[in-house]
Design a protein around this ligand. Sequence first.
Ligand SMILES: Cc1cc2nc3c(=O)[nH]c(=O)nc-3n(C[C@H](O)[C@H](O)[C@H](O)COP(=O)(O)OP(=O)(O)OC[C@H]3O[C@@H](n4cnc5c(N)ncnc54)[C@H](O)[C@@H]3O)c2cc1C
Length: 326
Amino acid sequence: MSLPEFKLLRPRSVEEAIGFLVKHGNIRVLAGGTDLIPSMRQKLFEPEYVLDIRHISELREIHPQAGHGVEIGPLTTLNAIEHSEFLRRHYPVLTEAAATVASPVLRNMGTIGGNICLDTRCLWYNQSLTWRKACGFCIKKDGDLCHVAPGGTKCWAVFSGDTPPALLCLNAEIELASPSGVRRMALRDFYTGAGDSYRKLQPNELLTRIFLSDSSADLRGIYRKLRIRGSIDYPLAGVAVALKRSDGQVSDARVAITAVNPAPTLITGVAGALEGRAVDESAAEAIGEMAAKTAKPLTTSALTPEYRREMIRVLTKRAVLAAAAN
Ligand SMILES: Cc1cc2nc3c(=O)[nH]c(=O)nc-3n(C[C@H](O)[C@H](O)[C@H](O)COP(=O)(O)OP(=O)(O)OC[C@H]3O[C@@H](n4cnc5c(N)ncnc54)[C@H](O)[C@@H]3O)c2cc1C
């Protein structure tokens, strides 16, 4: 599968990058390219311009802020996240999740910004042009029917990034830059819940920073995922747990899931269910039930929806027990 023709633009600053986004309509941002390039080969995107932002050095660093958490540049590789001593000590759920993305080679190229902005995935979408054409295309690209929920008008392609559920547990915020300045939003507000237009990123916007606050530091963190090949594959169900204990009892708890809905999703009610008690099998089981009820997997992957929902329940229970035992 060959790459479609495109013109490569290489800005050296955020300002220059935004200038290119404003000037050129049919343009795509390239960070590590580990998702964009395969998608271009499959003709899912055929941009006239590719904006290679890898040379904007200001977007690459991890900056701990004394007493105010940490700022992470979106071009920070997943490998750098995984091996950051600071993040491992203070935000372990994020380093755990980053360490499970794809394979070491892809983590060396792939960035956290690309992971946050990652396109949604579906068995009927991530295929070659010939394959998709033979099936009559789908709502997400070139068609008007959904093979997953026939008769429906909604796209159910699944968000399958590993770090966003960890970031949701850490109440992460992001900064988006555009010609009219910067706006900051909670990461949980960035995703729409629709499989096609899945993120609130305007065509002239660039993700420029990720913020983790001090109040989310030092929670115990666990990430668990189900995938076909343990060495490389996207999650087919993923669970992040961040939990704080004092005197043997839970004082804060957050759980988020991925790869079973069109957006990574925080489970509501977890803190209320666990706070002030010690975690035992039945408490962990109850959180697993809450996560399984929130998961809405459909036939977007090779594994059945029933199995993926059950694995959300099992992985959540195990992750909660592991976080409490740490
Ligand atoms: C074989 C294989 C296995 C994989 N397994 C996993 C896995 O297990 N888990 C997982 O999470 N991912 C997986 N991936 C996907 C990918 O490697 C990661 O998600 C990676 O983090 C993507 O980052 P990137 O920098 O390469 O993104 P790119 O491919 O460069 O970009 C991805 C998307 O984000 C946009 N984008 C990137 N940066 C910005 C920015 N700063 N502002 C605005 N938009 C931006 C791009 O335009 C594009 O739409 C896999 C990929 C492959 C090929």
